[in-house]
Design a binder for this molecule. Structure first.
Ligand SMILES: C[S@@+](CC[C@H](N)C(=O)[O-])C[C@H]1O[C@@H](n2cnc3c(N)ncnc32)[C@H](O)[C@@H]1O
Length: 217
């Protein structure tokens, strides 16, 4: 495996990929979390998915163990696992590769073809969760503040979406830190979503992949 694409990209963007054996060792340090379907991971310099792809694979292995016997549960919990994987990447070719690599693993696990609703729903989720932007300035390529979509699986085939600003979410950690003046404030008082959507099904998510937008709740 090539760990660099070009010397120029290494110099310009620090683009040196982590070898798979090292990725696995690092993920083993948080093995319990990687095997928890709803544990959220954000890779702020995700490249083409050297960490996110094996994280997804571990989540899908957990889905198989827990829900492999029910097709309905397996499909929905696999999507819920995908929804918990986030990445930010500066370079357009890397973010496109990352989305494609994640989608390929997801589709292969469930045996999906490109026309299926679940494939298109997953593609829509990845278009939001894998962000083309700058993790340092927390702005996307349009210069807008990066939005992070929080997904929740409500059961019975329904998913909840709430949007937050990344800069606000990262601020939350310092507000909650022990000794902070603001530690006693309820997070809900300050950190509210920028938008809350009505619960949606896989079929509705697939429609959004065609450019339709979700209605705010
Ligand atoms: C060292 S590579 C690591 C890629 C992957 N995480 C891995 O370990 O294989 C760093 C990646 O971060 C991207 N990058 C550099 N600066 C960035 C920034 N400010 N925001 C988002 N991505 C950035 C680069 O384009 C490159 O793909």
């Amino acid at each position: 495996m090539n760990l660099i694409k070009s010397k120029k990209r290494v110099a310009d963007h620090g683009e040196v990929f982590t070898p798979p054996w090292l990725v696995e060792k690092m993920l083993d340090l948080v093995q319990g979390e990687t095997e928890r379907i709803d544990a959220r991971f954000l890779e702020p310099a995700c490249g083409s998915g050297n960490f996110l792809v094996p994280i997804l694979q571990r989540k899908l292995a957990a889905v198989e163990v827990k829900f492999g016997k029910s097709d309905f549960e397996k499909r929905h919990y696999a999507l819920a696992g995908l929804m918990c994987c986030y990445g930010i990447e500066l370079l357009d070719d890397n973010i496109a590769e990352c989305r494609a690599n994640m989608l390929e693993v997801f589709a292969e696990y469930l045996g999906l073809n490109e026309a299926s609703d679940l494939y298109r729903a997953a593609s829509f989720v990845l278009s939001l969760n894998l962000i083309h932007g700058d993790a340092m300035t927390m702005r996307d390529t349009d210069g807008s503040p990066i939005a992070v979509v929080e997904w929740g699986y409500l059961g019975k085939g329904k998913f909840q979406r709430r949007d937050f600003r990344l800069d606000v979410l990262t601020g939350m950690a310092s507000f909650s830190a022990e000794g902070s003046l603001f530690a006693s404030l309820g997070k809900h008082e300050i950190f509210t979503p920028t938008r809350v959507y009505s619960p949606v099904t896989v079929n509705e998510l697939a429609q959004f992949a065609n450019g339709e937008t979700g209605e705010a709740a």
